[in-house]
Design a protein. Structure first.
Length: 333
């Protein structure tokens, strides 16, 4: 079964945020900006089913004769990117550096096969089935950006400026943020995975780093002066929420550096950070394996392992956290 639902939040002056119905892998926030002269998306959902739902909700908000002719991709993770196929004629804008991450991930059909044919008795097979089984990429062709840029790119949609800033290596090698000054909003992509007391989120997962660049990117978000922050995942934030997220990133960075100095291997360091229980409300603590592994590579210059090796390490830690006798829980539908 596919995931359904999603809330559309009106942020004013033609700007909307589409927020998935729950937390978890692959459930990214997206944006819609509408003017009498055109419309654009900021990011897309993960598969064609969710993207079709977002397109239906978007179409309800378009003036007569206006279509969605641009997609700004905050980074090349599939959960922000692969749904662009429902807009086959749209211009797709990404940073030049995003190309590197596009080639790191499996293609949509490769990922569908991995999830569908994996052995659920193994840690990786069970983990992929649980967290990625509800998505359907069986008919999804690879999405290719049509416009690459470096540095800054400014667009105008009707009367609204759209300021796009490429960021140094952080969540991936090719992140960007989108500042909408007329609406007082910023879409951060996965520079921020948010959480609030009312709506707890998940631990971030960062593929590139260093964490100091993520912290600097959060400071750039604050420097825009925007009052509304739309993260890549999780609830909308105000400026205080961004500062809280910086505290989280600083904590993970400090612990990773301390364990690295002590000669503790990266996966064991992730286990120890999880064991400290500093953020018990956050889901998917096993994703610290990815983030801390990325920080270690920044410290010692080691090579990025293949994505399946990384996800196997994540799955093994996740199974440890379930306890020795608990079966893997089925995917939420």
């Amino acid at each position: 079964m596919s995931i359904t639902g999603g809330d559309v939040v009106d942020l004013g002056r033609g700007l909307y945020a589409w927020l998935p119905p729950k937390r978890g892998w692959g459930l990214a926030n997206c944006g819609l900006l509408v003017s009498p002269r055109g419309a654009l998306w900021i990011d897309t959902p993960y598969d064609a089913v969710l993207a079709g739902q977002f397109l239906t909700e978007s179409t309800k908000r378009l003036p007569d004769g206006v279509g969605i002719d641009r997609v700004i991709v905050t980074h090349a993770n599939g959960d922000h990117f692969w749904g662009a196929g429902v807009l086959p004629d749209a211009e797709i804008i990404a940073t030049r550096e995003a190309r590197e991450h596009i080639h790191y991930e499996p293609t949509p059909k490769q990922q569908h096969a991995l999830v569908a044919t994996g052995d659920p008795a193994t840690p990786l097979g069970g983990y992929l089935a649980r967290h990625f089984g509800p998505f359907d990429w069986s008919q999804t062709e690879p999405v290719v950006p049509t416009t690459y840029f470096t540095g800054e790119l400014e667009l105008t949609l009707g009367e609204y400026p759209v300021q796009i800033s490429a960021l140094p290596s952080a969540h991936t090698t090719g992140d960007l943020m989108v500042h909408l000054p007329a609406q007082g909003a910023v879409f951060t992509g996965d520079i921020i995975f948010s959480s609030t007391p009312e709506q707890p989120g998940d631990h971030p997962v960062h593929w590139a780093g260093p964490l100091s660049n993520l912290i600097a990117a959060c400071e750039r978000v604050l420097a825009t002066g925007a009052e509304t922050v739309v993260p890549g995942h999780g609830p909308l934030l105000d400026r205080a929420g961004v500062r809280d997220h910086i505290v989280y990133l600083e904590y993970v960075r400090e612990r990773a550096h301390a364990f690295h100095t002590a000669g503790i291997p990266a996966v064991e360091a992730a286990r120890r950070v999880i064991g400290e229980g500093r953020y018990p409300e956050l889901g998917l603590p096993e994703r610290l394996v990815v983030t801390i592994g990325s920080e270690y590579r920044q410290l010692d210059g080691s090579e990025l392992p293949g994505v399946l090796q990384v996800m196997t390490e994540v799955a093994v830690v996740a199974r440890e956290l379930e306890g020795p006798h608990e079966p893997a829980r089925p995917a939420e539908q």
